[in-house]
Design a protein around this ligand. Sequence first.
Ligand code: S3P
Length: 416
Amino acid sequence: MAINTTILLPGDKSISHRAVMLASIADGVSELTNLNDGKDVQSTIKALQACGALIENDDKKLIITGTTLSSPKKPIDCGNSGTSARLLSGFLSSQSLQFSLTGDDSLSSRPMDRVIVPLTQMGCHIESNNGLLPLIVDASGPLNGINYKMPVASAQVKSSILLAGLGAESSSNVSEINTSRNHTEIMLHHMGATITVMDRDIRIEPLSSSLEPITMDIPSDPSSASFFIVLTVLMKESQVTVRNMLLNPTRIGFMNILNKIGIPATISNQHHMNGELCGDVSVESSSVDGFEVSSYAIPSIIDEIPILSVLAAAGKGKTVFNGIEELKFKESNRVQAIIDNLINFGIKAYEQDNSLIVEGGTPTQMPTIQSFDDHRIAMAFVVLSIAVFGEYKLDNKACIDISLPGFFDTIEEMLS
Ligand code: S3P
């Protein structure tokens, strides 16, 4: 079985969340095409609609007419979506609303103190379940600007503060300990907000006039693309082109790794879409060597570590991911989920001194993949199973709908 195909994928999930939020308060009508079609983005859309946002689906286009949001009557269910919960906590606060946020079991066990602490310093009143959901937020009072040094590298936390800062009475400064994805900064700038970025220090001014609406064809999600790219690398005599993929440097750490270990990959048709770099990415099959990732590079591959572990597992030699702590606080404890699944495939993997180590080799058995109800764990190990055994057994297919409902259709299309 060889792959030789071109794919266009649903839009980037991070950009989709941000575009829907910011368009809902812009001064005019925004049009978004190729929005991410997963359940997480739906959680954000439903949350905003519960606050009175005017969002309509017109064929394949989302049309959003900016308006003044109001406090929702019922708690907002963020489902499985950490991005919805963390970004909405700041964004809805900027609109002086009172609201509650809930989530599913996975989201209800993920840390929220990382947004509660700075938002409280800005003047929000927040009750939580010991730093976990549900959150009950009262942002009806004035918000002050903040100078905040972030203790973790997290684009969700950074974005929550920047979004809250739009509604504050003075400017806010956020300092990152490591560079994380910068879509909020790019989009805010593009929509007319006053935002200055100096290396890892970001300063946002309160909005003095409404944001401008946007028209955006959202580029293919690189995190989704990474599954199909690794599948192609592992299959024999194969080639795939991902059209119009997001190439924001904070997101394509996995492409840098492919380059570093000599996997044939080219980028063409580079252009900007609303300040975001995108282009066509072509990758071919290759043998794979082990690699080492520094903790500095982790934010740029944070969602790709499951699939990069699969790449490492099918390769030669040892791979080390340093500084993997944050991976324990994702939709599942991904360090454990990766290790458990790799061991089930007969691959040696373990954690040592805050590093994840994978000893590449040939998987010896085809287990039932344990997804831990985590979309990226499920997709990563389906790729390994198909590449090595031509088939797979998976405990929960439905969780993949969180980010990429068309995953299996695209795999079928690639293998047909
Ligand atoms: C995201 C940021 C990352 C990432 C998540 C999406 C975002 O989380 O893992 O899937 O859209 O801002 P952290 O910022 O918490 O690392």
